[in-house]
Write a protein that binds this ligand. Structure first.
Ligand code: APR
Length: 248
């Protein structure tokens, strides 16, 4: 792994337009479970049953009870870990411009990144399905499910359920920054959900170096990524940042 860390430091040091694509794996060390693999949410629940927009419309109380309430309790107290902090440091060093995240936990913004594209929306806000008012999730009283807006409309996470479109602005901006980046760091994603998983392909086709940080190989490994650093985001980012700061 040392040689791969050294290679990433070498690739990132001259970069000025780097982009990170992140997934649930980067937030595991902040106490937020992933979706797939060991301890994954989708090992316990069928996403098509509880994370599809049709399920929510059919039975919002059930989706709130099974999926949203627990996530709310976890995300309300989650804080950035060294993986998020390392990516924020890359922006402070002038190496990284944007983060495309599939995560809805708001931890990249909390860590200090200023351009975070929330590809699957955000859990930090709830939206009224009647009057479209947005309310911070931490301000929502979830003692009654589903929680309701003052207009008595049902509140839903401002996140993207399965069966819904990616917010057009997020999709367009992600494609744009992916096509202009010089390095793409792909951190903590299984790269199985489209169209997020196409961003590294766009980056590669545009001539960028694509570096994966993940304990496991993914569908990108060996095909799209230049190399995979087989480790956890927090540990690997710590080593990359200390290497970059050592040569600054
Ligand atoms: N550091 C980095 N990566 C890790 C770590 C870690 N400490 N621990 C696990 N991983 C990796 C796993 O090997 C896996 O490849 O993180 C990845 C998590 O994959 P998923 O749970 O599938 O998460 P993600 O890729 O973000 O899912 C994409 O699927 O269900 C939808 O909307 C949901 O945004 C989500 C999308």
């Amino acid at each position: 792994m040392d040689a791969l860390i050294a290679r990433a430091i070498n690739d990132l040091s001259p970069a000025r337009q780097a982009v990170a694509l992140t997934g649930a794996g980067i937030s595991i060390d902040s106490g937020i479970p992933p979706f797939r693999g060991k301890g994954g949410l989708w090992e316990r629940f069928d996403p098509m049953e509880i994370a599809h927009i049709d399920s929510f419309l059919r039975n919002p109380a059930m989706v709130w009870r099974i999926l949203v309430k627990d996530l709310k309790d976890i995300i309300d107290t989650a804080r950035p870990n060294d993986g998020h902090k390392g990516i924020a440091r890359l922006e402070q060093l002038g190496i990284l411009k944007s983060v495309i995240t599939q995560n809805i936990d708001g931890l990249h913004q909390m860590a200090g990144n200023t351009d975070v594209i929330e590809f699957h929306g955000t859990f930090a806000w709830q939206r009224c399905m009647t009057c479209d008012r947005r309310i911070e999730t931490s301000q929502v009283d979830a003692s009654e499910l589903p929680p309701r807006c003052v207009c008595s409309g049902i509140l839903r996470p401002d996140a993207v359920f399965f069966g819904e479109m990616i917010p057009p602005a997020a999709l367009w901006r992600s494609q744009e920054v992916a096509s202009r980046c010089d390095v793409m760091l792909v951190v903590g994603t299984s790269a199985v959900v489209q169209p997020a998983a196409s961003m590294p392909v766009i980056a590669k086709q545009s001539g960028a170096i694509v570096i994966e940080i993940n304990p496991e190989p993914t569908a990108l490994t060996g095909m799209i990524s230049d190399y995979l650093i087989p480790g956890g985001a927090a540990e690997v980012m710590n080593r990359i940042i200390s290497g970059l700061e050592g040569i600054r």
